[in-house]
Write a protein that binds this ligand. Sequence first.
Ligand code: UTP
Length: 299
Amino acid sequence: MKKQKITKAVFPVGGLGTRFLPATKATPKEMLSVVDKPLIQYAVEEAVEAGIDTLIFINGRNKTAITNHFDKAYELEHQLELKEKEQCLAKIQNIVPRHVGCIYIRQSEALGLGHAVLCAKKVIGNEAFAVLLADDLIDGGTKGCMQQMVEQFNYSNQSIIAVQEVEHDKTDQYGIVQVDDKIAKNAKIEKIVEKPKPEVAPSNRGVVGRYILTPKIFELLENTKKGAGGEIQLTDAISELLKEEQVNAYAFDGIRYDCGSKEGFLEANMEYGLQHPDIREHLINYLEKLHERFRQDDC
Ligand code: UTP
């Protein structure tokens, strides 16, 4: 395959988000906010930082919230202008830079992540592309996770999946990979299984929601039957892809918060809050007081 650049990213945002009901009754999970920014905006910023200029959102039933978030808000902008609230205005203008385009596709039924990715087939065409699951919030430090992966892709021109070590008793919450080199940061995947029980898991390297995939994946997704949870699983199609092409597991640098779970979402809010200059001091004082109160309650 000839050398190519990653310019398109798919954001599957059509899940039901059952773990967050009732918050996700009328709003997609990806619009939940960590401090003051929705999860989807963090993921979009990570993609744009990696040089991606076409954002493809696979929307579910609550399709308007995300579309509106990345669109111009004429009325709100006008109100903020009248009130001379320039700082607030800056926060809502050009969330997506001018050179970046957004495409919205409807996933009519939540048939699974694999199905959501397949919905992007016509728009992607015959090129490698990125997939970002916004409910995995990744603080990559000086370099975003997707940027790190794009650099790997530029070198190898092969599909890449982000992985991290997960606790042994939690393998049944992840896609788990077996690699040919247990020490390498970027290693060839030999096997991938969706949510295996700890006793049969091939390793404890869990798949995190960042992928770079070659277009071959679409052909395979078209033939993928329903798998775990009765859904069309991206992992099952990747398992087939392994038979045709090399796919690598990349142990990225950074911290990942599982914002699809309540625990991970609250942890992310706490950590991002502690990094936020406006609220950091307040939060530290509050946590100290809270700690004191709980200690007294324990006595
Ligand atoms: P999850 O497995 O977290 O499912 O999806 P979910 O429905 O969003 O959440 P829970 O488990 O019911 O709480 C992983 C990613 O795939 C997307 C989700 O939006 C999320 O980004 N997804 C999942 C789709 O876009 N469509 C689907 O049919 C399923």
